[in-house]
Design a protein around this ligand. Structure first.
Ligand code: FAD
Length: 449
């Protein structure tokens, strides 16, 4: 079939972070684009991930600040959130994002279809009503969903998607899992008034993050009243008294058990086999460095590929792919190294580059760590125990900065600029030659010895 006979240049499966970015970028290059999305525009990030999570995190930060204000002499009562009212604000904000996407899709002339899609072959997509679309390129950007562990009674637990339907803080919550979603939900629920216990299979939270920072975060969580059950492999959930759910080995029952035990890719019924698209052992779509799958003309980005599962990563990969396919940039591809990320814990934890452990695996003994261990000014003023810990990991005689790890208030906003510097290959003296901004927490990064 010749190009002119095809219905579209690109059909995108999934209107989440990656799919939308791809559709907009391709249309910007003049491609004829169709986008299939059976749910709300924006996918996980906008509807059940980054955005509503950050809104709840901000509410929790405010609760923490109200407690601090009381400590500092302000006349305020104990923080008490009217959840339905806050959720109205949160959902209004999200509705604004939906409306903005809708406007932009229309303006770009992108055909949107409110349907799931299935690959019939590498260039044919079938919608739920049987309509078939043909395209020179197909992008699989179908994301993922929460996975329940295969334990007895798993159905009694809730997953992160359910959390976004809460309209009050449950009195007693168990969080199963010590990954970033579990840590974030536990932290914010505690500040919003829940009693929280975390059940973590391994000896610590957040396996891949800097060990010292994680230990400090664990200390902060314990100080805030969160009970950590480490090395605790939950074997079953069972009904307790009333509506409560019991976790084996977890004492009395909980009003909610949140299972933050990983995510699986949305590949069921996608027709990948029919189109000749390979998946790996965990069901993720296999892609090469250019986001190409094993089938000609079929590409994939975002969580469905099992690479770094973050919104800006899905977006960046999608844009570069579209620049290559339709924008004439033959070598466009995403560099997956040194991607900065922030964990919205309390306080937040930001990280970019190598941990010291990983740096030693690569560079041997020629790895040097620098740290700043301090109380930020507000916590010091309020005489509250929370301490920040910032770390640099450097290598070689020149002390090239290969890792920046920040735990403390403001880390979420501080890291981005330093991530640019790390990516540009700075050395320790570049930081030391930079005059500090005083008094801030950020200045600790340029003052480290
Ligand atoms: C609780 C939580 C918090 C998070 N917080 C952050 C954060 O703070 N920062 C960050 O960067 N990332 C965060 N993430 C991760 C981020 O949400 C994902 O990395 C991002 O959404 C991935 O984008 P995507 O385009 O790959 O998939 P998604 O955004 O999941 O979009 C996939 C879309 O495909 C659709 N779809 C599925 N099957 C089909 C089909 N057959 N046909 C057509 N469409 C289909 C789905 O309905 C969905 O809308 C968080 C995730 C969770 C769960």
């Amino acid at each position: 079939m010749s190009g002119a006979e095809l219905d579209f240049d690109l059909v995108v499966l999934g209107g989440g972070s990656g799919g939308l970015a791809a559709a907009f970028r391709a249309a910007g290059h003049g491609a004829r684009v169709a986008l299939l999305e059976p749910g709300d525009l924006g996918g996980t990030c906008v509807n059940a991930g980054c955005v509503p999570k950050k809104a709840m995190w901000l509410a929790a930060q405010i609760a923490g600040r109200i407690e601090m204000a009381a400590q500092l002499g302000f006349e305020v009562g104990a923080p008490k959130l009217d959840w339905p009212e806050f959720i109205t604000h949160r959902q209004r904000y999200i509705a604004g994002i939906h409306a903005s996407y809708r406007r932009r899709l229309d303006a770009a002339g992108i055909v949107t279809v409110a349907s799931r899609g299935r690959l019939v072959d590498a260039s044919t997509i079938e919608c739920e009503d049987g309509v078939r679309l043909r395209a020179a390129h197909v992008l699989v950007a179908t994301g993922g969903r929460p996975q329940r562990p295969s334990i007895e009674g798993a159905g009694l637990g809730l997953v992160s998607d359910d959390f976004f339907h809460f309209n009050a803080a449950p009195a007693r919550v168990a969080v199963v899992g010590g990954g970033y979603i579990g840590v974030e939900l536990a932290g914010l629920l505690r500040l919003l008034g829940s009693e929280v216990e975390m059940f973590v299979r391994g000896p610590r939270l957040l396996g891949s993050f800097d060990r010292e920072l994680v230990e400090r975060l664990q200390e902060n969580y314990r100080q805030s009243g969160i009970t950590l059950h480490l090395d605790h492999d939950v074997g079953s959930l069972a009904r307790g008294e009333g509506d409560r759910v019991r976790v084996d080995g977890g004492g009395e029952g909980f009003d909610a058990v949140l299972l933050a035990t990983g995510r699986v890719p949305n590949t069921d019924g996608l027709g990948l086999e029919a189109a000749g698209v390979d998946t790996d052992d965990t069901g993720h779509v296999r892609v090469d460095a250019r986001q190409d799958t094993s089938a000609d003309g079929v590409h994939a980005v975002g969580d469905v590929t099992g690479r770094v599962a973050l919104t800006p990563v899905a977006i960046a990969a999608a844009r570069r792919l579209m620049d290559r396919l339709f924008g004439g940039v033959a070598d466009a591809r995403l560099d997956y190294d040194d991607i900065a990320t922030v964990l919205f814990s309390h306080p937040p934890l930001g990280t970019v580059g190598l941990t010291a452990e990983r740096a030693r695996e690569i560079h041997g003994d020629d790895v040097h760590e620098y740290r700043a261990d301090f109380r930020d000014m507000l916590h010091a003023l309020a005489d509250m125990p929370q301490r920040s810990l910032f770390k640099l990991v450097c290598t070689g005689a020149q002390r090239r900065v290969v890792g920046i790890h920040l735990l403390g208030e403001g880390a979420d906003e501080i890291l981005q600029g330093f991530a640019v510097a790390l990516k540009k290959g700075i050395i320790l003296d570049d930081l030391r030659d930079t005059v500090a901004i005083h008094p801030t927490s950020a200045e600790e990064v340029v003052l480290m010895n």
